[in-house]
Ligand binder design. Structure first.
Ligand code: NDP
Ligand code: 2IT
Length: 455
């Protein structure tokens, strides 16, 4: 049982909550990393607002409201029975229905889903929209699977998940390994089981059945919009900057697209096998064709662009000198050593398109060296923000143009930047967007929890 620690200082309080978490979740390293970053950045809030300590808000917010873990059984093309593990973590519903993506990747386990779900609470709050935090997924590996196998897996996954979700309960979407195709199959199975048309139950849907324009582009575009706001503080922009983007999935491709539109030269991208370096600037049409149409490996790029080079392995991408680094692949892809290399090579700004792509040590390196740092919760909130706009369109049965959604997205990213900056200043950490975004995201959820009583 959690003992509430009242009548103590904020520092002792956050220490005690974090230590308790280590005791009870010691093996969940990714979750503990995400929790540590947030918990300690909230110390100034508890100093100013002891009523939040007294109400045990921190003890409650680190504990998921519900963890669902289930078997997913399906049959592969060879007729062999396959078993995977499915997850949905319904972390916090103080400000709205649980909302967050599904990740299909062999590395998925409870710790990964918990870290993602925990981050989602604060990110969703920052968007200013009424969505709580959740996340899910499976250790299913989509690589090398046929289209039919993907469909059968999605159907089997939804056959269990459907009973736990709903447009006012929990609204999943995509993440690594889950894009438009998978959301389509998941939605089809949900509709078949429910016997009704409830488009608001999933976001990232196809445009012909309740999807929103700009959702595909939203995370990558949003990340660049956010970094652009940050650059304006030092009277700079994306114009003529050299940019390195890791990954070549949904987030990476549209971060590259928007950075190029704003005049940057994007010189590198990667997948989990290696990275390409194209000093003259990436040919995005070619990259999209390889990754989105052919669904091939990034090495194919250099076969058609002899001026580019391919290198095996992922971390080497951070040795390429750049002004702006946009990690858009996965968690902990920039460690302390990579962060130091980025700094030595003169990086001005880091914008996190992926979730928790920098280790805690890497973040310290950015902050010690005055690198402008756009933390994931704020910088990649554009995806879920447009998901919430998709929910709004589904409810009203009216759909907006690409430009309308893009303008709303841009304004949301500006608001997140302004609110994070203001919160950092209000709590004595001016310029520190990590503190600012954690605090701004937290306060709204904490106030809702306080108002809703001890539940
Ligand atoms: P995709 O599946 O579309 O792309 C993932 C990309 O990252 C691929 O290039 C993949 O390479 C690479 N990658 C995945 N795992 C690893 C790994 N372990 N090591 C190195 N590279 C890896 O996913 P998204 O683009 O949607 O997601 C990327 C990141 O952005 C994730 O952290 C996700 O949580 C985050 N995010 C996504 C949002 C969305 O709306 N989709 C919203 C906010 C954040 P390969 O093809 O070889 O696996
Ligand atoms: O990490 C994320 O914010 C996402 N994968 C998007 C979640 C969503 O519900 O659109």
């Amino acid at each position: 049982m959690v003992t509430l620690t009242t009548n103590t200082t904020a520092t002792t309080y956050v220490d005690s909550v974090y230590n308790k978490l280590v005791e009870t979740n010691g093996h969940e390293v990714e979750f503990l990393q995400a929790a540590k970053e947030i918990i300690y950045s909230l110390t100034p809030v508890f100093e100013k607002r002891p009523e939040l300590m007294e109400a045990g808000i921190l003890e409650r917010i680190v504990e998921p409201e519900r963890i669902l873990k289930f078997r997913v059984t399906w049959m592969d093309d060879a007729g062999k029975v396959q078993v995977n593990r499915g997850y949905r973590i319904q972390f916090n519903s103080a400000i709205g229905p649980y909302k967050g993506g599904l990740r299909f990747h062999p590395s998925v386990n409870e710790s990964i889903v918990k870290f993602l779900g925990f981050e989602q609470i604060f990110k969703n709050s920052l968007t200013g929209q009424p969505i709580g935090g959740g996340k899910g997924g499976s250790d299913f590996d989509p690589k090398g699977k046929s289209n039919n196998e993907i469909m059968r897996f999605c159907q089997a996954f939804m056959t269990e998940l459907y009973r736990h979700i709903g447009q006012d309960i929990d609204v999943p979407a995509g993440d690594i390994g889950v894009g438009g195709r998978e959301v389509g199959y998941l939605f089809g199975q949900y509709k078949r089981i429910r016997g009704g048309y409830e488009p608001g139950v999933l976001t990232g849907k196809g445009l012909s059945f309740g999807g929103s324009l700009t959702r595909t582009e939203a995370t990558g575009y949003g990340c660049v919009y956010f970094v652009d706001e940050m650059l304006q503080e030092i009277k700079e922009s994306f114009q003529n900057q050299t940019v390195v983007v890791s990954g070549s999935g949904n987030v990476a491709i549209y971060a590259i697209e928007k950075a190029q539109q704003l005049g940057a030269k994007v010189v590198a991208a990667s997948d989990s096998s290696g990275y390409i370096h194209d000093p003259e600037g990436i040919d995005l049409a070619l990259l999209k064709d390889i990754k989105e149409v052919r669904k091939a490996r990034i090495i194919e790029y250099v076969k058609e662009r002899p001026e580019a080079t391919y290198t095996e392995g992922c971390t080497g991408i951070w040795t390429i000198p750049c002004d702006i680094a946009l990690p858009c692949a996965t968690q902990n892809e920039i460690d302390e050593a990579s962060a130091r290399l980025l700094v030595e090579n003169g990086v001005k700004a880091v914008g996190e398109g992926a979730n928790m792509p920098s280790t805690l040590e890497a973040i310290d390196v950015y902050l010690e060296n005055n690198v402008l740092f756009a933390p994931a919760k704020a910088a990649n909130a554009g995806g879920v923000a447009v998901s919430a706009l998709e929910m709004a369109q589904d409810s009203s049965r009216q759909f907006w143009t690409f430009d309308e959604v893009d303008k709303k997205l841009h304004q949301i990213m500006i608001n997140i930047y302004n609110e994070s900056s203001a919160a950092a200043k209000r709590y004595g950490h001016e310029g520190n967007l990590l503190f600012g975004s954690n605090i701004a995201g937290f306060e709204k959820v904490a106030d809702a929890m306080l108002a809703q009583g001890i539940i």
